[in-house]
Ligand binder design. Structure first.
Ligand code: ASP
Length: 362
């Protein structure tokens, strides 16, 4: 079975196939109007969403398929105490594919272990968001004309911004992509991405504390919102909430063909005065999200039972009852799932579900 839980669940070749198909869908939409006739996509959204949920719905409708699901946990049996795994098992009796967004990190991964149909992670807490990554890759392809040999600056909340984590992971497989991290200390990229992804895979990266010092180097500027809902400490949020704001003045320092991306929603980190700049690609990015999800749905249905396209096993895992994950929002601490961990090269033991460090289970 092919699931999309982490961006690395699809190889570079498979990712390129999805992007190629999205480009063909854009060029020949009529050709795909009945591609998913008789098929059903379930959208199980336990956390707010505008673009992701509606783009999945609209993608399936444009492919001639049907959509069922819920947009908040309160209207599902979760409110009666049903586990994520039981819900996934149940819904896989009704649908051909499931797109799941959850505030619990690792929930889509746990669901994929029991589901009878492919699971798409539509965002799990502050961990991953692989379909936003596909959206970003299609946008970069359309704006720059390539997915290698460029410099990308990530700005804002790199700690809780799941779209940043997933895109960096995916770009680590491309050649000569340089990464610039622009964030205050409180919002630095998590250690597992800096060490396990950037350092181990040789991604060239640097960390800076102002936008001005790097604007002129960037081919892509990836802006993000401070993820208020993920902060445990209100004071810490207040200190960083206006961290980095993109305005016309900063745009004047950038290359003439730099593309500005943002997964949206924006709060105040891009002033609306930037919207009219031809380099502002974030609303074009929204539309790309629908096309790339159309392509993903087609490909996952095609790959569903093809042994050539199994979900890869990235790590050897082990169970240890003496350990637990240090992340209070991890599925392993919130629902009954096997306590699985993985070793890292010269680094700490990490949780299989959310990549956080472990602690003793006392
Ligand atoms: N829409 C994106 C996400 O779901 C970005 C955000 O919420 O800031 O992660």
């Amino acid at each position: 079975m092919k699931h999309l839980i982490d961006p690395t669940d699809i190889s570079v070749a498979e990712t390129d196939e999805i992007i190629e198909l999205a480009l063909d869908i854009i060029a020949n939409p009529k050709k795909y109007a009945e591609y998913c006739k008789g098929k059903k996509l379930a959208t199980l959204f336990y956390e707010p969403s505008t673009r992701t949920r509606l783009s999945f719905t609209s993608a399936m409708m444009e492919l001639g398929g049907n959509v069922l699901g819920f947009s908040e946990a309160a209207s599902s049996s979760t409110a009666k105490g049903e586990s994520v795994q039981d819900t996934a098992k149940t819904v896989s009796c009704f649908a051909d594919l499931i797109a799941m967004r959850h505030f619990i990190e690792g929930a889509p991964l746990a669901a994929s272990k029991v589901s009878g149909v492919p699971i798409i992670n539509a965002g799990d807490g502050s961990h991953s968001h692989p379909t936003q990554t596909l959206t970003d890759l299609l946008t970069i392809t359309r704006e720059l004309g390539r997915l290698d040999n460029f410099t990308i600056g990530f700005c804002g909340d790199l700690k809780f911004g799941r779209t940043v984590h997933s895109l960096i992971k995916s770009l680590s497989a491309r050649s000569n992509v340089k990464v610039v991290l622009i964030a205050p200390n409180e919002l630095r990229l998590p250690g597992y991405i800096r060490h396990d992804v950037c350092e181990r895979l040789g991604v060239e990266y640097k960390e800076v504390s102002t936008m001005e010092e790097v604007m002129g180097e960037l081919d892509v500027l990836y802006m993000t919102r401070v993820q208020k809902e993920r902060f445990l400490d209100e004071d810490e949020f207040d200190r960083v909430k206006d961290s980095f704001v993109l305005d016309r003045k900063k745009m004047s320092l950038a290359k003439r063909n730099m593309a500005v991306l943002h997964p949206l929603p924006r709060v105040n980190e891009i002033l609306t005065e930037v919207d009219a700049d031809p380099r502002a690609a974030y609303f074009r990015q929204v539309e790309n999200g629908k096309f790339v999800r159309m392509a993903l749905i087609c490909k996952l249905l095609e790959w569903k039972n093809d042994p050539e396209h199994e979900t890869p096993i990235h790590f050897e895992t082990f169970e240890d009852k003496a350990l637990c994950c240090s992340n209070a929002k991890c599925i392993s601490n919130l629902e009954r799932v096997p306590m699985l961990f993985r070793h890292t090269e010269n680094g700490p033991i990490r949780c299989y579900y959310c990549d956080n460090k472990t602690r003793d289970n006392m």
